[in-house]
Ligand binder design. Structure first.
Ligand SMILES: Nc1ncnc2c1ncn2[C@@H]1O[C@H](COP(=O)(O)OP(=O)(O)OP(=O)(O)O)[C@@H](O)[C@H]1O
Ligand SMILES: [Mg+2]
Ligand SMILES: [Zn+2]
Length: 309
């Protein structure tokens, strides 16, 4: 597995500022000295090794405490923003019962085969590599009604049996909440960090705290928070309106210690382009900043040691 920034093996906590580990918000370890080792400890569990067809820099799960906050849209937009910065990006759609990544990118092709593995389908303009159950189904609108163990098995296959190639980032679009499927991802895939997505409405402290707790139990650090649908901009005077009430990002950030990676507006262009499968055409001033903050934050986090078969 490629180590793009060689942070593995650090013993001191890369998150700690002034020697204080942010504890509850980041790695859950009370002492800075033990923080960077959480990944080692976790790799002693049953994390899956990277296959021969993949070399992945950082694995980042995109989570939300609640459905419908725009997690898949934010995953896609982050992928686009990173790809525009020249990063090689893949998206693993772990939301098997509500897969939406292929539609957002306008993908309908079938995965190819490379040796013993499946080849992800690449997006048209930026070459973002996508694997989703929707790319495997006979009909796109076929409902997936599998139960937990089968869903877990498919998610593992998306890691084990997919030739991701060389990637800087693999983003994982998690299903909403803290159920079986997000747990399977966190317990079996070597996730380096989690991005939390919320809307001002869903940013009710309890929901976010619950999601934070889950990542702490799993020993995965949180890269930060993205507040989606944070405001709307008047097309005439450019003024910002807080349609869903005042932003709560700063408040939650102060309470939990999470970094705010970005606040994305409610923008009809996002919905329209996602509907048409043209999210790669989306242009907005705030998008490059999201990628920059995300990458800055990822560079602060310790790299998970590589696991080889
Ligand atoms: N910033 C935004 N501006 C406008 N529309 C948005 C924005 N973010 C998401 N949407 C729209 O809101 C709807 C829900 O978004 P999305 O599917 O990304 O949410 P989700 O959290 O992944 O949902 P689920 O819980 O079902 O997986 C979609 O129609 C999407 O196009
Ligand atoms: Mg979704
Ligand atoms: Zn106005």
């Amino acid at each position: 597995m490629g180590s793009t920034n060689g942070k593995s093996g650090e013993t001191s906590c890369a998150l700690a500022k002034d020697g204080n580990c942010p504890g509850s918000s980041a790695c859950g370890q009370p002492e800075a000295s033990s923080c960077g080792q959480s990944a080692d400890k976790k790799s002693g569990l049953d994390l899956l090794p990277v296959n021969d067809y993949s070399e992945i820099g950082r694995v980042v799960a995109v989570a939300s405490g609640k459905g419908g906050v725009g997690k898949s849209s934010v995953t896609a937009l982050l992928a686009v923003a990173l790809a525009r910065r020249g990063r090689r990006v893949g998206v693993l759609d772990a939301d098997l019962t509500g897969p939406s990544i292929p539609k957002i990118f306008g993908l309908s092709g079938r995965p190819g085969v490379i040796g013993q593995a499946l080849a992800p389908v690449e997006s048209a303009s930026l070459g973002i590599r996508v694997m989703s159950i929707n790319l495997m189904l006979e009909q796109e609108d076929e409902p997936v009604i599998w139960r937990g163990p089968i869903i877990g098995g498919v998610i593992k296959q998306f890691w084990n049996d997919v030739a991701w190639g060389k990637l800087d980032y693999l983003l994982i679009d998690l299903p909403p909440g803290t159920g079986d499927a997000p747990l399977t991802v966190m317990q079996s895939i070597p996730v380096d960090a989690v991005v939390m997505v919320s809307s001002p409405q869903a940013l009710a402290g309890m929901i976010v705290r619950k999601a934070i707790k889950m990542t702490n139990i799993m020993n995965v650090p949180i890269a930060g928070l993205v507040e989606n649908m944070s405001y709307a901009t008047c097309p005439k005077c450019n003024e910002h309106y807080e349609l869903f009430g005042p932003s709560r990002a700063e408040e939650i950030s102060a309470e939990t210690g999470l970094a705010v990676l970005g606040k994305l507006p409610l923008d009809s262009a996002v919905a329209a382009l996602a509907d048409r499968g043209q999210i790669e055409q989306y242009e907005a001033d705030h998008l490059p900043n999201l990628a920059i903050r995300f990458e800055d934050r990822m560079n602060e986090l310790p790299k998970r040691p590589s696991i080889t078969a």
